[in-house]
Ligand binder design. Structure first.
Ligand SMILES: Nc1nc2c(ncn2[C@@H]2O[C@H](COP(=O)(O)OP(=O)(O)OP(=O)(O)O)[C@@H](O)[C@H]2O)c(=O)[nH]1
Ligand SMILES: [Mg+2]
Length: 316
């Protein structure tokens, strides 16, 4: 079958492959869960809501199935054109997947944001939906039990038949493998969709830009996280290097929305930007497996979250 294993016989369960997307409000733990399932960081995460800005596909390879996990931006009430674009992306994804995983954090009561998403999901009849309770390491068993009941009730109220309700902890590695076991049989029979070993279909430049943005998000306060965008302008192997000592030159721009934000991101005497560079360089080197020289520049793209032209330039 599909040239994978000549020893596999017709009596074995057929191979399955397909798409599952994680939805939920910002900060619910979707990207962390995606990374835990893939076993590698394919999506950046932060304690800031609205970290993910585009769908990221993470690929889980198993002998019986290939799960393509589609991590989506948190769905929220949009305040900017960027917010609207992100919500559109999420809705388009729902229509294209075989399974929907609705992520609800264990440590927060179901709120209007969750209800809104559940209401939308109720309208998608034919796709199986798994309710995933995330961050179970943060609560005691009583709180978890109450959350499971609340989710059951939410389903009944809105006429959603949950295919499963699964508590997981991506950070504590609890029941993450079980979640994959539950999703796999819901996928259609199919040969693998991606080559063995591919963990994501993100282009390298995008992964690199995201790692820089992740480092830049750390420790900035309030509105600034939403204002940051990163674009990798160039990635080129340094010329005249000995074959055993390669160096990759990466030039990237960190965009902010207003000149007044420049000082915050650069920090006193450039200290913050330097730290962002050092932190992200480590991750980038691990990702690409080569030493990197990272050249970061801070630029102002005025009010880019609201400006269609700027959004296009920044890849939205
Ligand atoms: N304790 C604990 N924290 C978690 C767990 N999963 C995620 N988190 C934390 O929750 C925060 C948000 O996680 P993300 O994975 O970025 O959340 P997200 O749903 O992708 O958020 P958006 O991309 O903004 O929609 C981060 O600080 C994570 O470290 C978990 O299982 N346990
Ligand atoms: Mg995310």
């Amino acid at each position: 079958m599909w040239g994978m294993d000549s020893a596999s016989s017709a009596s074995q369960a057929p191979h399955r492959a397909g798409f599952a997307c994680f939805v939920g409000r910002p900060n619910a733990g979707k990207s962390t869960l995606t990374n835990a399932l893939v076993g590698t960081k394919v999506a950046i995460t932060s304690n800031r809501p609205q970290t993910t800005r585009h769908t990221v596909r993470g690929i889980v390879h198993r002998p019986d199935a290939q799960l393509v996990l589609v991590d989506t931006p948190g769905l929220h009430k949009p305040r900017t054109l960027l917010g609207e674009r992100l919500n559109d992306v999420v809705r388009t994804t729902w229509a294209e997947v075989d399974v929907i995983g609705f992520c609800l954090p264990a440590d927060q009561k179901i709120g209007p944001g969750d209800r809104f998403i559940a209401g939308e999901l109720a309208g998608i009849k034919k796709t199986p939906k798994i309710a995933i309770v995330t961050k179970t390491d943060l609560v005691d068993s009583k709180t978890l039990a109450e959350q499971l009941i609340a989710i059951q009730q939410l389903g009944e109220e809105l006429g959603i038949q949950w295919a499963e309700i699964v508590p997981v902890s991506a950070v504590g590695d609890k029941q993450v493998a079980l979640l994959a076991d539950l999703i796999a049989p819901m996928l259609p029979e199919s040969p693998p969709l991606y080559p063995e070993g591919d963990l994501t279909d993100e282009p390298e430049q995008v992964m690199v830009a995201e790692l820089i943005r992740e480092a830049a998000l750390e420790g900035v306060r309030d509105e600034l996280p939403h204002s940051i965008a990163v674009v990798v302008e160039e990635m080129l192997p340094r010329e005249d290097r000995p074959a055993d000592k390669p160096l990759l030159d990466i030039h990237a721009n960190v965009y902010i929305e207003r000149p007044s934000q420049k000082g915050i991101i650069i920090g006193p005497k450039g200290a913050r930007l330097k730290e962002v560079g050092m932190k992200s360089r480590k991750h980038i080197e691990a990702l690409l497996g080569t030493p990197v020289y990272l050249d970061l520049h801070v630029k102002v793209a005025k009010d880019w979250q609201r400006d269609p032209k700027q959004l296009r330039k920044l890849g939205f």
